[in-house]
Write a protein that binds this ligand. Sequence first.
Ligand code: GUN
Length: 270
Amino acid sequence: MESVGGRVTLCNARGVTPTLAVVLVGEDPASEVYVRNKGKKAAQLGIATRDHRLPDATTTEALLAVVATLNADPEVDGILVQLPLPGHVDEQAVLLAVDPAKDVDGFHPANLGRLVIGSPVFIPCTPQGCMLLLESAGVDPAGKRALVIGRSTIVGKPVAQLLVAAHATVTIAHSRTVDLPAEVARAEIVIAAVGRPRFVQGEWLAQGATVIDVGINRLPTGKLCGDVAFDSARERVGAITPVPGGVGPMTIACLMGNVVLAAERRAKIV
Ligand code: GUN
């Protein structure tokens, strides 16, 4: 398959510059880092970015007006509203307002629904990155017991759908799961997306399991760590992703792929 850079060149030949609009509300430090990394990667690939930085006090109505302007702008291919939004903003209303054809995060119900029925267009970036990491590790989910820890709309639910589509037997664990260590012990593939530092203990894992750690947590020392206790886990597992440097860069790569897909659709390449 053509690389993302090559696909950008093909768009350019049709007079289209793939363009991503990023909307960041407030000053969440983690979001600032994500948005900066997205901007850097886009620049490397020839994808244009337009940053819309709005104050923390921005109302739902004001944010909806920004989204409406971006929806109507023919040069904007992808719209990314960085989450989390401040508590007073109606997040559902904002995600629903994004034109599904520009929804490069894949969070609009139209895109999540397409994923469930097996006819996806924009697949959420972190779940897509998890699947590519499994593929690159040579792990085929077909017939395997996969455990997803966490039931968020951004990661847990969509990655579970992708694993089912790839023929895994999938369990979703969450805060009310009664015996998490027993669920982890049974799993051949573990996707950890809980947002709690070193929550999954290495001793819980089955010998030879494949572990994808989606968590990015900051310890009081300032150091970043995942949801899985890496040092004890690596003794047992077949493969495990590091934090930082594992899922994060894959998420950004998948976002760039989605922006280029939106541009290819505008350029009538696909
Ligand atoms: N916040 C954390 N991850 C994501 C993501 O993939 N997309 C958006 N929009 N916000 C996020």
